[in-house]
Design a protein around this ligand. Structure first.
Ligand SMILES: Cc1ncc(COP(=O)(O)O)c(C=O)c1O
Length: 407
């Protein structure tokens, strides 16, 4: 047996991806972390390159990934329990740190209960598998993250039981709610908290209000779900992200430990019965090994830090650096999308210029992501800058100066 025929077909398919501009570029390999030095924050070295790079494309908004307390917690957990769980959760793969992290995250977001997953991606998929039946109707924002789109696809509902509303358009959300047929018993409205390509946020308070107006029309009501993977821990007065910012809490909260909290893994937080349904029905929870105890211990420490005076200081530093960067762009007359979040898109609006600018920044030791068609519509070509609490004022000045010299 050989895979020659398949390899040839796949090579053709990969060529098509390249021609359509949808192929991912080769992965760069980080081979060294360089701690902050003098007035500058952390730097990274890449394989095959002598430069030191500043990362403005990291989701580690609170800059906790290399925090000594997190590393020590992970280390202690591994030494105590080993590095792997040995089984899935329901076959004695549940360790005390899994239980502690679930209780900690539920308390942090103000819900009765929570379940942890290997990622926010699998959390979304697990939720869809747990809540859907053929009388369920799913409604989502058009710009929702791929994991939510995938979750809606695997929810096994008939295609008529699905609505997509225009991004953050409350009138269009109502249209979708009106379209849910008389046979529908349960409506799930799901949306990103922060939309990661743009840094703008869902108006949770308005969405909740509209959904409440429709709640009595359906036997099980209208359930709101936010996936605030980019928002949680990254902004808001107490680090609760979009919940803080909108002063509103949806029925179900999904998040990740892999961004602001600097670790890995995802969670769903909700009422006890919803979480017990997740435990019983979510295949992406049931049939896969859980997070390592090291991840759990580090994530608990990250939430503890976020929820303390130290966390408030980190959030303050993050906000100051974000404002500094936004003001720098504004002074240079560069266009962005306004918002409170450390994702700051630079609207370049030209494919070639986006590629040239990303390369120029790379050559000067700055890692960023360029987004061009078909990832974004033609004319919306963007460079996404992500600020984090480890960036110093001198780091931001350096990047702004580079942009100034490029113009
Ligand atoms: C809204 C949303 N959900 C889920 C994810 C994926 O998070 P994780 O890496 O924990 O699967 C992301 C991140 O890219 C996201 O933006």
């Amino acid at each position: 047996m050989s895979t020659n025929k398949l390899d040839i077909s796949l090579a053709r398919e990969l060529d098509v991806l390249k021609k359509e501009g949808r192929a991912k570029s080769p992965e760069r390999i980080i081979e060294q972390y360089i701690p902050p030095k003098g007035k500058f924050g952390p730097r990274y070295k890449l394989a095959g390159n002598d430069n030191e790079f500043i990362r403005l494309n990291s989701n580690s908004y609170l800059s906790l990934s290399n925090n000594p307390e997190l590393v020590a917690a992970a280390d202690k957990a591994s030494r105590t329990f080993g590095v792997g769980p040995g089984a899935v959760r329901f076959i004695d793969g549940t360790f005390i740190l899994h239980d502690q992290l679930e209780k900690r995250v539920a308390r942090f977001v103000g819900k009765a209960s929570a379940k942890i997953f290997n990622s926010a991606y699998t959390s979304n998929c697990g939720l869809a598998l747990s809540l859907s039946n053929n009388k369920t109707h799913w409604i989502g924002d058009r710009l929702n993250h791929n994991s939510i789109i995938r979750a809606m696809r695997i929810s096994n509902i008939p295609s008529k039981n699905k609505g997509i509303f225009k991004h953050n358009d409350m009138g269009d959300l109502k249209r979708c709610l009106d379209e849910a047929g008389p046979d529908i018993e349960r409506v799930i409205v799901i949306f990103d908290g922060i939309f990661s390509m743009r840094g703008d946020y869902a108006p949770i308070n308005e969405i909740n209000k509209i959904c409440r107006e429709y709640d009595s029309k359906f036997k099980d009501g209208v359930i709101t779900v936010v996936d605030d993977s980019h928002g949680m821990g990254a902004y808001g007065d107490t680090g609760r992200g979009t919940l803080d910012f909108c002063n509103a809490s949806p029925d179900i909260i999904i998040g990740t430990f892999g961004k602001a909290f600097g670790v890995n893994g995802g969670f769903i937080a909700a009422s006890r019965n919803i979480i017990e349904s997740v435990r019983q029905k979510a295949d992406t929870y049931i049939y896969t090994n859980p997070l390592s105890v090291a991840d759990c211990a580090a994530a608990i420490k990250a939430i503890d830090i976020c929820d303390s005076d130290e966390g408030l200081l980190l959030l303050k530093a993050l906000k100051e650096r974000t404002v500094q960067f936004r003001e720098g762009l504004e002074k240079l007359g560069l266009e962005s999308i306004p918002g409170p979040h450390p994702v700051v898109p630079l609207m370049v609006r030209d494919t070639k210029k986006t590629h040239v600018l990303v390369k120029y920044l790379f050559d000067h030791g700055v890692l960023v992501v360029g987004l061009t068609f078909p990832v974004v519509p033609k004319g919306d070509e963007t460079i996404r800058f992500q600020i984090n609490a480890g960036h110093t004022s001198a780091d931001i000045e350096y990047v702004i100066e580079l942009l100034n010299n490029f113009q």
